[in-house]
Design a protein around this ligand. Structure first.
Ligand code: HEC
Length: 148
């Protein structure tokens, strides 16, 4: 006899609508295999990467390191990455994704009158501008990226 176990585990991570972590992850065990049902969207995965990248950049700027890196081309996927099913690429999203990319590229521009810190904070403020209308949940987390 084949025994099928099903169990629902509520896992916590940041969703768009809540500052609390509250999204379900379903794990189905059929005796032989474990199926992990939660699939982050392409956009979600990209966002997490952008977050981690900028956290490192923040550390470098705060440590006074010279920014020798380049704008990560993968960020351009913001224009095409698939959003989670309930979300749409609104006009607002398109507007801010272009502004954000511009600001993130600007961080690495050589001849500029602003400091690296100002250019960096500019880019993070573009994350926040988009999130204010498109995805409010992660805002407190993104604010931690700002250099004070
Ligand atoms: C043009 C709009 C826009 C910009 C710019 C933007 N985001 Fe997002 N972000 C979104 C949307 C929409 C989602 C939800 C994605 C989904 O559900 O598919 C999201 C999701 C996230 C998440 C949650 C990912 C998860 O599933 O746990 C984090 C964290 C995040 N963004 C951080 C950032 C950071 C950091 C930046 C800037 C470096 C940034 N975002 C720039 C719109 C934006």
């Amino acid at each position: 006899m084949k025994i099928v176990f099903g169990c629902l585990v509520v896992l916590f991570f940041l969703s768009c609508n809540t500052t609390e972590k509250a999204e379900k992850k379903e794990i189905i065990v059929d005796g032989a295999k474990t199926y992990d049902v939660y699939q982050p969207s392409e956009m979600s995965t990209l966002m997490k990467g952008m977050y981690a990248y900028n956290m490192q950049l923040k550390a470098d700027i705060e440590a006074g390191k010279e920014l020798t890196g380049e704008f990560p081309e993968a960020f351009l996927n913001i224009h095409s990455a698939v959003l989670s099913s309930a979300k749409f690429r609104t006009d607002n999203f398109k507007h801010y994704s272009a502004k954000f990319i511009e600001a993130q590229q600007e961080i690495f521009s050589q001849d500029t009158l602003t400091t690296a810190q100002d250019r960096y904070n500019n880019a993070i403020n573009m994350c926040l501008s988009c999130h204010k209308t498109e995805c409010t949940g992660p805002i407190p987390k993104i604010k931690k990226l700002l250099i004070k």
